[in-house]
Ligand binder design. Structure first.
Ligand code: HEC
Length: 175
């Protein structure tokens, strides 16, 4: 009797959690479906969180952007009329030089400009184009270099200099 009991227990131990064909079917489905979703999840993580290494094709850029030459040249209207020194001064330089703000030589202050004028126009132009001390390149503006030169002359001449007003070099075709 006790033997019989043991045999029954044994048989139950080996039957496992799957007891009906429906459970078997479910087990099979899950054993395929769950890994598939796991793979989809991993693909998503890799796709969104890992950036492509330098030089790799960036899928967020259009083909035009990808095949474009590196370094483009922005062409300003090279033949358009140039602003006068006074225009540039009033548009940009006056912000500091109008009052002598930030330690700048004040407009029409001959003492402040005198020493600087002595350095010559080329040195002053270089300072204005590249920036100096508290002054950014082009005084923080975005002008044609000749326009900045004219503004330098405008201010320097008001400070006692007698620099000639610069113009853009004549086009080669005009020779
Ligand atoms: C943000 C304020 C600011 C603006 C705007 C500004 N400047 Fe200046 N500028 C200065 C300061 C400050 C100095 C003195 C720099 C120094 O000597 O350290 C200076 C100096 C100069 C000098 C003398 C440079 C030298 O070598 O002694 C020239 C020329 C000049 N500015 C031209 C210009 C022109 C042209 C503009 C407009 C396009 C302009 N600045 C706009 C602040 C300004």
């Amino acid at each position: 009797m006790s033997d019989n009991h043991n045999t029954t227990d044994h048989a139950e131990d080996h039957s496992g959690p799957i007891k009906t064909p429906k459970q078997l079917l479910l087990a099979i489905v899950y054993s395929f479906v769950v890994p598939v979703f796991g793979i989809i999840g991993l693909t998503y993580v890799v796709g969104t969180h890992f950036k492509p290494v330098a030089g790799a094709v960036d899928p967020t850029k259009s083909i035009e952007q990808r095949i474009a030459k590196i370094g483009t040249v922005q062409i300003k209207d090279a033949n358009g009329p140039l602003k006068s020194g006074e225009d540039v001064f009033k548009a940009q330089c006056i912000a500091c030089h109008g009052t002598g703000a930030a330690g700048s030589p004040k407009y029409q202050d001959k003492a402040a400009w005198g020493a600087r004028i002595g350095k010559g126009y080329a040195a002053l132009l270089t300072s204005a184009l590249k920036g100096k001390g508290n002054m950014g390149a082009q005084g923080g503006g975005d002008f044609d270099d000749v326009e900045v030169g004219r503004a330098v002359v405008f201010m320097a001449n008001a400070g006692g200099a007698k620099f000639a007003v610069p113009d853009r070099p004549a086009a080669p075709a005009a020779k």
